[in-house]
Design a protein around this ligand. Structure first.
Ligand SMILES: [Zn+2]
Length: 443
């Protein structure tokens, strides 16, 4: 009985569908544009069309005036177009035009000039359904770099700060609805301010507003700015509300095995930004030498990253709970080599109600920024790059003479034995005559 009625109702639907087709003479719209999101960034604008189903589309450009025309087959548009271009520097107007068939939609984007164009569909993921993405890139985009040398010819130490996510990518979303991309930008801005206040340091914000920066572009920007360190700021999330605390992630050569790390590593987004290969390695023709250089470089970058991560943890634990007490290693399988020491800081769990509240709190954001800044400062006092202003203002050289011990020098320069040891990476208290020590200026 049940089967019979099922067959009957199926037949009825089939009949109705055929009748509908016949009466219109064309197929009814099987798809619809349910939303259009526009994300202007300094070098590009991304337009995301949210669709009911997978888009069937064609596009072409026209000049005088510059236009992009997109035909969506068997699609109706249910989005208001008028206000879309309001705040965008590249699009003058969104409008429709006569489509090839009644059931289709032709969208016309009137552009301010001609752009490099990328158009691609995206399959449903997370909270989003089928999408069509259009990127309008500025042609021959120039990278703006920060001023690298100070008046006396010594260079600044450059810290690249990547505020996680942005634009159409909100990152994790807290139970109360806060977006990770906003929290990361707020903390990053505070951190940049602190760094820029310190003479001898300059911060480069890889993302300055609510827009998305491609992963390859992040490293490119960091490298063009000659960054000494790259810090990515994120907030964590988990399926259950319990996990809490901050953690610091670094590139690791060992295959990481904890569940948590695997989960992070799977997020291609975060891992790619640690990638990139050194210029020298690209240039050499000797394959073996290239491998050796690459290995040495990678090894050095990884150990520097790890050392900095330890500083971050030391400071972070004073202002927040820790999720992991040690830096977490990201598996190499998903990482490219990097020539800039890089860490990824998960500032807390946005999926934990208490931490979500904290992460939105300006005072707490400031505390986190202070902690990271302190770590930056401490790390570079111990590992001062040559030729920098910091090296000139904070370090003196001392050549060890006969009869001098660590405690004698500590007393003379009014600093602690521990500081001399850590700055010079000394493992024992024994000094050699003639050995040159770096002495930080007291105060
Ligand atoms: Zn994130």
């Amino acid at each position: 009985m049940r089967l019979l009625s099922y067959i009957f109702s199926s037949l009825l639907w089939l009949f109705l569908a055929v009748a509908l087709l016949n009466s219109n003479g064309v197929a009814a719209n099987s798809n619809s544009i349910d939303g259009i999101r526009v994300w202007p960034a300094p070098e590009n604008t991304r337009i995301v069309f949210d669709l009911k189903n997978k888009p069937d589309y064609k596009y072409f450009t026209l000049s005088n005036p510059n236009r992009l025309v997109i035909d969506f087959k068997d699609t109706k548009n249910s989005t208001a177009l008028k206000v879309l271009a309001k705040n965008d520097p590249r699009i003058k107007l969104f409008r429709t035009s006569t489509a090839k068939s009644k059931s289709s939609t032709r969208l016309v984007l009137e552009l301010t000039k001609s752009f490099q164009l990328t158009v691609f569909p995206l399959a449903p993921a997370g909270q989003y359904g089928d999408r069509l993405v259009v990127d309008l890139h500025d042609k021959n985009e120039k990278i703006q770099t920060v001023k690298h040398t100070t008046p006396n010819g010594k260079r600044d130490i450059i810290i690249a700060i990547v505020a996680g996510h942005g634009g159409y990518d909100p990152g994790s979303i807290g139970a109360k609805g806060s977006y990770e991309k906003r929290v990361t930008l707020a903390i990053s801005k505070k951190l940049a301010t602190l760094i820029n206040q310190r003479s001898g340091f300059k911060a480069v914000m890889i993302r300055k507003g609510d827009y998305y920066v491609k992963h390859s572009r992040k490293t490119e920007l960091a490298r063009k700015n000659k960054a000494d360190l790259l810090i990515s700021i994120h907030a964590d999330a988990f399926v259950s509300p319990e996990p809490q605390g901050a953690s610091v992630l670094v590139q690791s050569s060992r295959r990481a095995n904890s569940e948590f790390t695997r989960w992070i590593a799977n997020r291609q987004d975060e891992s790619e930004l640690l990638g990139g290969a050194g210029e020298m390695i690209k240039k050499t023709k000797d394959k073996n030498l290239a491998f050796t250089l690459a290995d040495m470089k990678k090894e050095h970058t990884m150990s520097s990253s790890y050392e900095f991560a330890l500083h971050v943890i030391k400071q972070m634990k004073k202002v927040t709970k820790l999720h992991k007490k040690k830096p977490e290693g990201l598996s190499l399988a998903v990482l490219k080599s990097s020539d800039i020491p890089s860490v990824l800081i998960e500032t807390g769990f946005i999926s934990n109600p208490t931490e979500e509240k904290n992460l939105n709190n300006k005072k707490h954001q400031q505390k986190l920024a202070n902690a990271i800044y302190k770590a930056v400062d401490n790390y570079f006092v111990e590992n001062t790059p040559k030729g920098t202003l910091l090296a000139a203002i904070t370090m003196k050289q001392h050549k060890v003479r006969s009869g001098e011990s660590l405690s004698v020098l500590a007393q003379r320069y009014k600093i602690s034995v521990a500081t001399i040891k850590s700055v010079n990476k000394l493992k024992s208290n024994v000094l050699r005559i003639g050995q040159t020590l770096k002495i930080p200026r007291a105060g």
